[in-house]
Design a protein around this ligand. Structure first.
Ligand code: AMP
Length: 430
């Protein structure tokens, strides 16, 4: 064992587990296509100001969770992205994407970095699958984003999900509410915990989110955000809910749901799973029309999106027995070389089979025939093809079906045809 260890809060994903990740990702790519979202990749780092501006400096993320560094020892600071929305919006604005098509539907599966205390379901490097719909934030656009997310969960077979949804109102509604909330909390200031005191000035809505029972007790009597919503926000919210009901999506309105980030307005939502422990949030999102303005765009860009934690999604699926067996697919054929003096010819034959599109393994470590056969079984190769001196001179090769323990001797073309047949029948199996 090496004395080097993976960094705390990060993890390796080995080939067996990759099989499960690929299964989940395949569903995401497929449904993205069905819903008309195109994949985007942005750099893992951005200039720090991007996140300060967009996520908001009063949030936990910007306040204490960012991995920030100065690549040149000084000058402009850079941050490993703690979320994707800001980078995607930055990219869209920089490229002026909305000039080519006024609605851009983008999605990603990407790694993020937050300096949080690692625990089950919480890492310092983790991945999210998410979507950003830029250029529209009508009730139908917001509903479409939610439908896409819920469809993915549904297709993966997840149960025990709860979708909570709220309207944060317009920016003006929120400003009025913030004042009302502060006025209510002021007489309780002495009883607020440190985190809430900090939030009191900068972002009092976050106090509604507090997990501290004492704070929850104080908050229970606070004025309600929904009582401060203007007519427009109410109408908008009802329309979003109508689309969800029409689609048969269950939701619960949660007036305390505010989400951590500053750029949300109007609809915000979060999905939790009963299969998860303390960190039960699977994903969330909302509408963020003002983000583009914050990033220096001359006008608002209506927008909505969601992000789902990949690791937590896989944990929930694991708990519910929804993941495929963690076994990488074996090769179609393993070439067995009984005598090493014929290795080079066998090696050339492997190349030829690969040219034919047949996935081919060959021992590269000069092991005995017995060890090669054992390895073929371990890899779950479908067949073994014996390539020795007699075979090479006669042009007839023993091909063994390793599943059925059945063997026949064929010319190379015949063996290739047989392997093709087998891999087709195999794909047809459920
Ligand atoms: P957020 O952007 O904080 O709303 O995160 C969206 C989703 O990403 C959450 O619901 C989690 O599933 C996942 N997530 C957030 N932070 C972490 C983390 N530190 N480790 C693993 N998953 C995370």
């Amino acid at each position: 064992m090496s004395h080097y260890q993976v960094v705390k809060g990060a993890r390796d994903i080995f080939p067996d587990e990759m099989v499960q990740w690929k299964h989940v990702e395949d569903v995401m790519h497929w449904l993205a296509r069905i819903y008309g979202f195109s994949e985007i990749r942005t750099p893992v780092f951005e200039y720090t100001e991007l996140f300060q501006r967009s996520i908001g400096s009063a949030t936990d993320i910007v306040g204490k969770e960012m991995f920030t560094f100065f690549p040149d020892g000084s000058g402009r600071s850079i941050t490993l992205r703690p979320e994707m929305t800001a980078g995607v919006m930055r990219a869209a604005l920089q490229k002026n994407l909305l000039a080519s098509a006024p609605v851009q539907k983008l999605y990603y599966i990407s790694e993020l970095f937050r300096k949080e205390r690692p625990q089950a379901g919480r890492q310092r490097q983790f991945s999210q699958f998410g979507a950003e719909l830029l250029g529209a934030s009508s009730p139908a656009a917001v509903a479409e984003v939610i439908m896409f997310m819920m469809h993915v969960f549904d297709e993966l077979g997840l149960s025990g999900l709860r979708l909570r949804i709220n309207s944060l109102g317009s920016i003006d509604d929120r400003r009025r509410y913030r004042e009302a909330l502060r006025a209510y909390l002021a007489p309780h200031y002495d009883r607020l915990d440190d985190a809430s005191r900090e939030r009191f000035e900068k972002n009092p809505l976050r106090i509604l989110d507090s997990k501290n029972p004492d704070m929850q007790e104080i908050v229970a009597g606070a004025p309600r955000l929904h009582e401060h919503l203007g007519d427009e926000a109410r109408r908008d919210f009802d329309l979003v809910l109508g689309y969800l009901s029409g689609r048969g999506i269950d939701y619960r309105i949660d007036h305390l749901l505010v989400r951590g980030l500053d750029y949300y307005s109007y609809t915000a939502f979060e999905v939790t799973s009963t299969a998860l422990g303390a960190q039960d949030a699977l994903g969330g999102g909302g509408r963020y029309d003002s983000l583009a303005l914050e990033l220096g765009s001359p006008k608002e860009v209506p927008a909505a999106g969601f992000a789902v934690g990949m690791e937590r999604l896989l944990i929930a699926m694991q708990k519910q027995g929804l993941l495929p067996e963690a076994v990488p697919a074996g090769p179609e054929v393993c070439i067995i070389v009984p005598q090493q003096e014929f290795f080079d010819q066998a090696f050339a034959l492997a190349a030829r089979l690969r040219d034919e599109g047949i996935s081919t393994a060959i021992d590269l470590a000069g092991r005995s025939m017995k060890a090669q056969l054992r390895e073929a079984g371990r890899m779950r190769a479908a067949s073994a093809l014996f390539v020795g001196g007699d075979e090479l001179s006669s042009g007839m090769f023993p091909l063994k079906d390793l599943d059925a323990s059945f063997q026949e001797t064929l010319p190379l073309e015949g063996a290739i045809a047989r392997m093709r047949e087998r891999s087709i029948t195999k794909q047809d199996q459920p």
